[in-house]
Design a protein around this ligand. Structure first.
Ligand code: NAI
Length: 211
């Protein structure tokens, strides 16, 4: 069904999901596309266009059923199933991700961390064990892992990513500042907070220039 849907639409879906989740929490059962448009500051036609990619979900004169739409977007985004994650690199960033327990509410469960620093061997983060990298192969054989988060320095990221792929990992959440070339059958999602900061900086400069 989702074949051919642009990445731009897919990237907007989490925002719909977040807003609908908040509406649900506030006991709102249905919402018109105009009200959703005002709330999200997106045109009603954009909302209709986006959701039509997946078959609509709206009803003429009724608007959207919040719970139904929330569940459907959840299904589309694969949030109706659990995703087990291992974190490679138990440093500042790896710990920050692991300590954020709310990812679990979305079905993303961190089951283990891996590092090369022997001081971390046998430690736990929020009850989640930190293993050494030489234990990775055995762990991968005995556990089903959906995603590996890469929070290590870029110098070793390429080599470690390849190792993960060789061990059967098919999705990488990459925080290392390097473009990974791991083949087309592996899904890589890059997260670079600095890109977002640069975007912010650009807009500050643009605003200042217009003053
Ligand atoms: P950190 O130095 O606190 O942690 C890195 C950890 O990786 C250490 O515990 C280290 O022992 C471990 N490590 C190093 N090589 C390894 C290997 N081959 N296998 C397994 N573990 C290994 O660094 P921090 O602050 O957590 O940053 C980690 C990486 O993430 C850095 O490359 C940094 O540039 C990047 N980063 C990316 C951000 C983003 O938005 N994409 C934001 C912040 C950091």
């Amino acid at each position: 069904m989702e074949k051919g849907i642009s990445q731009a639409v897919i990237r907007r879906m989490p925002r719909y999901y977040r807003y609908l989740g908040e509406l649900l929490e506030n006991g709102v059962e249905r919402i018109s596309s105009n009200d959703l448009s005002n709330l999200m500051k997106v045109t009603a036609s954009q909302i209709r266009q986006d959701l039509n990619n997946f078959g609509g979900f709206g009803q003429q004169g009724y608007g959207y059923n919040v719970k139904f739409l929330y569940d459907e977007i959840g299904k589309i985004m694969g949030l109706n199933c659990r995703h087990d994650i291992i974190v490679i690199g138990a440093g500042n960033l790896g710990l920050a991700l692991t300590n954020y327990a709310k990812f679990e509410k979305l079905g993303f469960v961190i089951t283990a961390l891996f590092d090369i620093n022997p001081k971390l061997k046998g430690t736990k983060v929020r009850g989640i064990p930190v293993y050494m990298m030489d234990e990775l192969e055995k762990y991968c054989k005995n556990h089903s892992i959906d995603i590996a988060a890469l929070t290590i320095p870029k110098d070793s990221a390429t080599e470690v990513a390849q190792k993960l792929v060789d061990l059967g990992i098919r999705a990488i959440w990459n925080f290392a500042h390097v473009d990974l070339d791991v083949g087309e059958d592996v899904i890589v999602e890059n997260v670079h907070l600095s890109d977002s900061l640069m975007q912010l900086s650009y807009n500050i400069v643009k605003n200042t220039a217009n003053e």
